[in-house]
Every structure is written in C-alpha cells, then in structure tokens.
Design a protein around this ligand. Structure first.
Ligand code: SF4
Length: 547
C-alpha cells in the first residue's frame, strides 16, 4: 500500500476488485495507511458511483438509462431483467448472484439499449437477448463476445485520423520544430477544445509552457460522460496512437514529463488495449527518455481510472479526483495551466482535441484551416443517436446545418434535436437551419434526434434525473433546485399545471443557472426552459392524470 493521497481512489478500486466492495473496515485501514481522516476516505468512497460500499452480486448488471436507450427500448429490457431475476432495480438476488442497477450513459448510444455486466458491454439489447445472457450467467458458461469490438464501424466516417503516416507529427516536431513552434502552429490553426468549452488549444499549451515550475502535467480527459457522446471511446479504440501522440506533442510544447489519461470507469474494457499501445510506444522510443533521439525530451503516460462521476469531466473536478478527493469543481482562477495537479501547471485536453492536434502538426495548418468556416476551423466528430436510421460517429466540417446533418443520418422529419448533450441546446424543427460551429452551436459533439412522437416532458424528466444524480452538491441551487425542478416536471406530466406554476418553474430555472458554480448547474435547466419555449402546448394540453 502506498502513502500518497493521490493513491486513494486507485486503492479503493483495488480493494473492490479483490473483495467485491469496500467495507468501512477497509476504509479505516486505508485511512490509517495514507494518514488521512477516515471520514475523508468515506467522503470520497461515497462520492463515486462505481465504488461499492455494500456487497453486491457476482454479476453487476448496469443498464444505461440515457434518453437514446429509453427511446430504443431500455424499459422493456429492464422489465425482462426484473422478471428473470425476480428483483427490482437497485436490488441483489438472495443468492448473491446478480445486482441490477440503472446507470448513466455508458457511451453506446448508437447501439442502444446497452448494459454492462461487470465490465463487459452488451449492446443492441432486446428482451430475448437479455434473457439468454442471464441464463448464460447462471450456467456460468458465458463466453466473452465481441460486443464492443467493432464499435464505431457501422455508419462511422472518421477519415482525417488515419490519413497521415503514423507518428509523423511527433517526428516533424522533434526534427523541425521548437516547443514554441508547436504551440504557435496550433494557435494559428484555430483549434479549439473539442470537449465543449472551446478554449484555444495552442493558447492553453503556450500558457502552460510559460507558467513557472519544473514539474508540469498533461492530462487527457477521457471521462466522456456527457449522455449521447461516444466518439472519444471510438477514438481511443481505433486511434489511441494519435491520442498518445497528441499528449506527447503537448509534453514537448509545455515541457512536461508526465502524462495521465483519466479514463472513465465505464471504459475499463479499453484499458488492456490502451496499455498495450503505450507499451509498444515505449518500445519504439515514442515514449520514455530522449524520445526519437531528442536529447532531454522525456515523457511517459499512465492511465488513471475514474470511479464514476459525470462532474469529473470538468477539469478542476477531474484534478481533485486525481489528487484523491471528491470530484468537486474548484473556484477559478487560478486556472489549471497555472496551478493544476498538485499545484503544478497542468494542461487538460479532451481526447479528440489531442488526436486532432496530431493531425494538424502532421498535415499542416493550411490543410486544417481550409476546412470549416471563418470562425470554426477544421472538422469535428459528432456522436449521433436517437431517432435516425444511421446513428454513429461522423467526422464533419464545422459549418453544416442541423438539417444537413439530419439528411446525412436519415433523421429527416425530426421534431427536435439535442445538440451538445444534456448540457447543450434543444433545437426545434423550426431552427434546423442553424449552423454547427462556434458562431452558433459550438458543441461537444453529442447529437440526439427526437422523432415526432416523442414526449418532451419525458425528455426533461430523464435529463433532470441525470442532473440530480450527478450534482456534486456544493451549490444549493444545483443540489436542491434541480430536485425541485424534477418534482415540478413530474407534476406537469400528471397534467397539474397553471401558467403561474410554470412561471415559478422558469424562475427557479434561472436562479439555478445563476447560482451554480460549474457547467452542470449552469446548464441543467436548459432543457426545461427550451421545452417551455418551443413545446409549451405539450405542457398545457396535458390530460390530468389521477394521483
Ligand atoms: Fe457541483 Fe452542481 Fe455546483 Fe457544479 S453546479 S459545483 S455540479 S453543485
């Protein structure tokens, strides 16, 4: 057992792997070893969804309840599971074999419904299929099946990422460019962070390179928790080399020696592949000491597993979690580029941003800036799911309209599209000529298509359930306000509504947004406000249901 606080979450997960759960006794033991108060260990353990505080079944079944899964039949799959197992959601069978739970999005929206059985992923589920899976688990003859092996192939178009020679970006940087050149070229390219915030990547690298300190870090944010997003998983599965190359370029530009991939727990199945790619890169001197023969250029990458908290996608919450604390967003400033992990200058970039940086350094600025629009340079990956015939991952130039995207994915006739995940924007059909780009809809890449028959209050309920579950609890508006808003939506679903009540809920929405510290609370009421604006008749014409 180590003694660093930052080892806390890996230790909790290691205990869980060994014993199935982390008992209070184990928490006390870990606290003693790390010399931190036991209540802090408890606070961290209870913060993360995937750290089991109680014994669970031998097979833990986690069924994704993102809206795409609900639309594709997750509730009937849940019914089958409940019937087969004889338990309700949240329970464990008396023989200790199965635990059944809902979970947030597991990054399989275009093959929904999907579930995890322990760390194995099953997609395109039907009731008969889950019945078979349960039977196989019971007989313990379950063999690993290629459920995730070809994810990203069907209806996916990712061209730029494979159209230059492997490691040509790193070779070019080492042979032809100074660290300053690398950051400058990215700044000129106009590349902005692909996680959704849109901060200029070259500027971030440049700020970190100028920040004082001998020790600096590069973090790859692979905590892809935004419901409806799965393109980072596809990138890591198919183009991990490019992501690691991007991290190494960042290390070169910034002067960092250590890179960390913060991989979401739901992507545990990717870890063996990623470790193998890292090892191959070490063997090829693409990581390690004096990379590609460049004196003094030393950089290596390790993988750190998340433990299940959507809010850790926010960079300061992610850093808190890496330091062994609850994943609660920090006040900013200071920004991570000045004072990040362990108080050191830290670059946090999304998976797609890092892969795209490799493409730009390999193929040059002119190639990248010739794609896209004046204010939105280059291309973007979109994760498309919901009511369309061709869901999948699409690489598209910035500047397409929502309507053009719908034609591409065969979702014409949609009622609305959620652009940018649950924290994004609900775009009604009357606005389908809006442009996807930083001048209008500058988004993280999740597209959920809602067909004509969809109940928008059910959509709002699903989103708010998610935000209530994922709020870290620091801000009163987010912690309590979202629950109140969810209660209100449920009343509206029963037809209990008046204009005055609706106005009260809109007022509540605005106060949640204005009193919340991070993007979760600031965006959580967006869906309700949008439904009130664009689909108010659905709320007002609701038949009154018996209590
Ligand atoms: Fe936590 Fe919500 Fe506040 Fe963000 S807005 S810091 S998730 S309570």
């Amino acid at each position: 057992i180590g003694s660093e606080r930052s080892e806390l979450i890996p230790l909790l997960l290691a205990y869980q792997d060994e014993f199935g759960y982390v008992s209070e006794f184990a928490m006390q033991y870990i606290a003693d070893q790390l010399k931190i108060p036991a209540n802090e260990v408890y606070g961290v353990a209870t913060f993360f969804h995937f750290i089991n505080k109680q014994p669970k079944g031998k097979f833990i079944i986690r069924l994704s309840r993102d809206m795409s899964s609900i639309m594709k039949g997750a509730k009937s799959v849940a019914r089958q599971l409940r019937n087969d197992l004889g338990i309700r959601i949240g329970e464990t069978t008396p023989d200790g074999m199965f635990t059944l739970e809902w979970t947030s999005c597991i990054g399989m929206n275009y093959q929904a419904p999907a579930m995890m059985v322990n760390n194995e992923v099953f997609s395109n589920l039907t009731p008969p299929m889950v019945h078979r899976i349960i039977e196989e688990c019971r007989q313990e003859v379950r063999t690993r099946r290629p459920t995730v092996g070809n994810v990203g192939e069907t209806f996916s178009s990712i061209l730029s990422y494979s159209s230059h020679a492997p490691n040509s970006a790193l070779t070019r940087a080492v042979e032809e460019m100074t660290p300053v050149d690398v950051a400058s070229e990215l700044t000129v390219s106009g590349l902005k962070g692909r996680g959704g915030a849109g901060f200029p990547t070259g500027v971030k690298w440049s700020l970190a390179s100028k920040a004082e300190g001998d020790v600096k870090y590069i973090i790859c944010n692979a905590d892809e928790g935004e419901p409806g997003t799965f393109k980072d998983r596809v990138l890591l599965g198919k183009y991990a080399d490019l992501v690691f190359e991007g991290m190494t370029l960042a290390g070169y530009a910034v002067g960092a020696r250590e890179g960390i991939v913060y991989l979401r727990y739901e992507y545990t199945h990717l870890r063996p592949h990623l470790e193998a790619v890292l090892e191959a890169r070490r063997q090829a001197n693409l990581l390690g000491e004096n990379i590609l023969g460049k004196d003094g250029f030393c950089f290596d990458i390790r993988i750190h597993m998340g433990a299940g908290a959507y809010v850790c996608g926010e960079e300061t919450a992610l850093i808190e979690s890496l330091e062994g604390r609850r994943g609660e967003p920090r006040n900013r400033p200071p920004y991570p580029v000045e004072k990040g992990l362990h108080g050191r200058p830290t670059v946090v970039n999304n998976v797609e941003t890092l892969a795209t940086a490799s493409c730009i350094i390999a193929r040059g600025v002119n190639w990248f800036t010739s794609i896209g629009t004046e204010r939105s340079k280059g291309f973007k990956l979109f994760s498309v799911s919901g009511d369309c015939e061709r869901p999948g991952v699409y690489e598209l130039p910035w500047g397409m309209t929502v309507r053009q995207l719908l034609e591409l994915v065969d979702g014409v006739g949609a009622k609305a599209v959620q652009v940018g995940g649950y924290t994004g924007e609900l775009v009604p059909a009357s606005q389908f000529d809006r442009v996807m780009g930083y001048e209008d809809l500058g988004i993280g890449g999740s597209i959920i298509v809602y067909g004509q028959g969809r109940d928008m209050l059910e959509v709002a309920e699903n989103y708010l359930e998610f935000f209530v579950e994922e709020s870290c609890g620091q801000c009163t508006g987010c912690r309590i306000g979202n629950q109140k808003l969810l209660d209100g939506v449920r009343l509206l679903q029963k037809g209990t509504c008046s204009n005055r009540y609706l106005n009260d809920l809109i007022g509540l929405s605005h106060s949640i947004k204005s009193t919340s510290k991070c993007g979760l609370g600031q965006a959580s009421p967006n869906v309700f406000v949008a439904i009130n604006e664009h689909f108010k008749e659905e709320i007002m014409a609701r038949p009154v249901l018996a209590a």
